[in-house]
Design a protein around this ligand. Structure first.
Ligand SMILES: Cc1cc2nc3c(=O)[nH]c(=O)nc-3n(C[C@H](O)[C@H](O)[C@H](O)COP(=O)(O)OP(=O)(O)OC[C@H]3O[C@@H](n4cnc5c(N)ncnc54)[C@H](O)[C@@H]3O)c2cc1C
Length: 232
C-alpha cells in the first residue's frame, strides 16, 4: 500500500557535497516541479536541472497572464505566473535543489563513479544547442511530415485556416483542434500581425504541437516587425 506520509529532508543536509542524488529531474516545468515535490516529500534528495534561467516551464514563459481554469483546487482560476511561482516555492520549501541555465544533453551509461561529482552518470552541458523542428519526434513519422507539406503547399488550405483566426495585434497561437479543421489537428500555428497603413497581414510558423514555442514566438514577432518597418 502506498505510504502517503510526508517525510521531510533534513534541513541541514550539505547538498553541495552529497555522495549522490537520489533523484535528478530534467526540466522545472509543472511536471518537473510536481515530481520534485513528490520525491522530496519522500525524503529523497532531489535535483532539478533547468535549461532556462527560471522555473515554471510553459505557463511561466508562454502564458504568464493567462487565467488557467482547469487546475483542480483553483475554482477562480490561476494565472500561469502565479501557478509557477507557487509550485516553485513549494518545491524550494521541500528542499528540492535547482540548477538553472543548464541543459541536459545526454546521459552517459557507465558504472564508473567520478569522485566529487554528485551527479554521477549524468553529463551536463551548458545551454546552447538548438532543437530544430526536423528533429522533433513528431516528424519522425514521414506520414505527418507529408501531411504538413501537403497542407503548406496548398494556398487554399492555408488561406482558409488563416482567415478563420482571430486577427489581433501581437502573437496568436492556436494548437490542435483550436483550428477548427481536422486536417490541422496535429499542428500548431503561431502568427504575428504586420501593418503598414491600410495594409495588414500575418507572418507565421506552422509546426508540431510540441515545438520550441519561445524561439518560434521570438522569430515570428521579429519577422513581422521587420516587414512592418520595411513597408512603412
Ligand atoms: C499557449 C498555451 C496555453 C496552455 N494552456 C493550458 C491550460 O489552460 N491548461 C493546461 O492544463 N495546460 C495548458 N497548456 C499546456 C501546458 O502548459 C503543458 O501541458 C505543460 O506546461 C507541460 O508541462 P511540462 O512540465 O511537462 O513541460 P514544460 O512546461 O514544457 O516544461 C519543461 C521544462 O523543461 C525544460 N527542459 C526541457 N528540456 C531540457 C533539458 N534537456 N535540460 C534542461 N531543461 C530542459 C524547459 O526549459 C522547460 O522549462 C497550454 C500550453 C500553451 C502553449
Amino acid at each position: 500500500m502506498a505510504d502517503f506520509n510526508v517525510k521531510t529532508l533534513e534541513a541541514d543536509l550539505d547538498f553541495e557535497h552529497l555522495p549522490y542524488w537520489d533523484v535528478v529531474i530534467v526540466g522545472a516545468g509543472p511536471a518537473g516541479l510536481a515530481a520534485g515535490l513528490t520525491t522530496a516529500h519522500r525524503a529523497l534528495t532531489t535535483l532539478i536541472i533547468e535549461a532556462k534561467d527560471s522555473p515554471g516551464g510553459q505557463p511561466h514563459f508562454l502564458y504568464a497572464d493567462k487565467r488557467i481554469v482547469d487546475i483542480p483546487g483553483f475554482p477562480d482560476g490561476i494565472t500561469g505566473e502565479e501557478l509557477s511561482e507557487r509550485t516553485y516555492r513549494q518545491a524550494v520549501n521541500a528542499l528540492v535543489q535547482f540548477r538553472f541555465n543548464e541543459e541536459l544533453q545526454s546521459i552517459e551509461d557507465t558504472d564508473e563513479l567520478h569522485d566529487n561529482d554528485p551527479l554521477k552518470r549524468v553529463e551536463i552541458h551548458v545551454l546552447g544547442q538548438t532543437s530544430v523542428l526536423g528533429e522533433q519526434p513528431e516528424f519522425a513519422s514521414s506520414d505527418k511530415m507529408r501531411r504538413l507539406l501537403t497542407l503548406t503547399e496548398s494556398n487554399e488550405h492555408l488561406t482558409e485556416i488563416l482567415r478563420r483566426r482571430h486577427v489581433s495585434p501581437g502573437v496568436s497561437i492556436t494548437i490542435g483542434n483550436e483550428h477548427g479543421d481536422p486536417r490541422f489537428e496535429n499542428f500548431t500555428i503561431v502568427t504575428s500581425e504586420y501593418r503598414a497603413g491600410s495594409l495588414a497581414g500575418v507572418i507565421g510558423v506552422i509546426g508540431p504541437t510540441r515545438m520550441p514555442y519561445e524561439k518560434v514566438i521570438a522569430v515570428v514577432t521579429h519577422a513581422s516587425r521587420l516587414v512592418s518597418d520595411l513597408l512603412d
